[in-house]
Ligand binder design. Sequence first.
Ligand SMILES: Nc1ncnc2c1ncn2[C@@H]1O[C@H](COP(=O)(O)OP(=O)(O)OP(=O)(O)O)[C@@H](O)[C@H]1O
Length: 262
Amino acid sequence: MTHDEPLIELKGVSKSFGDNKVLDNMDLRIYRGEALGIIGPSGTGKSTILRVIAGLIAPDTGEVIVQGVRRKGLIEDGADPVGIGMVFQQAALFDSLTVDENVGFFLYQHSKLSRSQVRKLVEEKLEMVGLPGIGDRYPAELSGGMRKRVSFARAIMSNPENPKEGPEVLLYDEPTAGLDPIASTVIEDLIRRLRFTQGVCSTYAIVTHQESTIRRTADRLVFLYQGKVQWQGTVAELDHTDNPLIRQFMSGSISGPIQVAG
Ligand SMILES: Nc1ncnc2c1ncn2[C@@H]1O[C@H](COP(=O)(O)OP(=O)(O)OP(=O)(O)O)[C@@H](O)[C@H]1O
């Protein structure tokens, strides 16, 4: 793993929604090959960071630099030097389409591949996420954990006609939210395993509130509060830091420097 040049860098990024300044001159770096966990209290802008990185929203000020190239505005197809895939909090599948049509959606719409070629690629990805043979089912027939795994399969799809389109970075927004502890373990294992699977991106950022997911999927953590990264460290350091924000957050105490909303 090289720590020379970040794969993705946010420099002085600010973002407001109306009067609500969510990100305030924030800096963040993601290095190639790392698993970065983004943690912090509810409403502090963790999902907003992922959306800025994914190019779904543009910062008001500041820069998003992807492999040394400054992004202008929102993401345009192929404009970034590396592909960035996002797995949303809700699996965000189309209910009226089958699993196969959901996972292969982009290729069915935008590639010259035949239906059977796409179907074969879809099946490969479904096998990678541990769900072989479910291509003809509809999302409503699956459990929440299975739907999430299907959305992972969709996020790691790449076009063999243009391998550059395949994502090199995956962004996971609360992938284990709402799952029981066992279903969460399945997802956590999958996230870790995909990172070391040939042909799937080895770099990811993950937003999560779930302690097991924080501990099992992240190498480095950043703690976000009041629009900025207030602490960063390894998972091991999380347990030993004296930082009062981290101590309060990890203990779930309502007294401390973090103001409790509502
Ligand atoms: N499109 C939007 N329009 C208006 N306000 C928004 C929008 N997106 C996010 N916000 C606000 O920005 C703040 C940060 O939201 P965000 O979802 O990024 O926080 P979060 O840290 O991911 O929260 P949680 O942990 O609860 O999911 C919240 O106050 C939210 O209401």
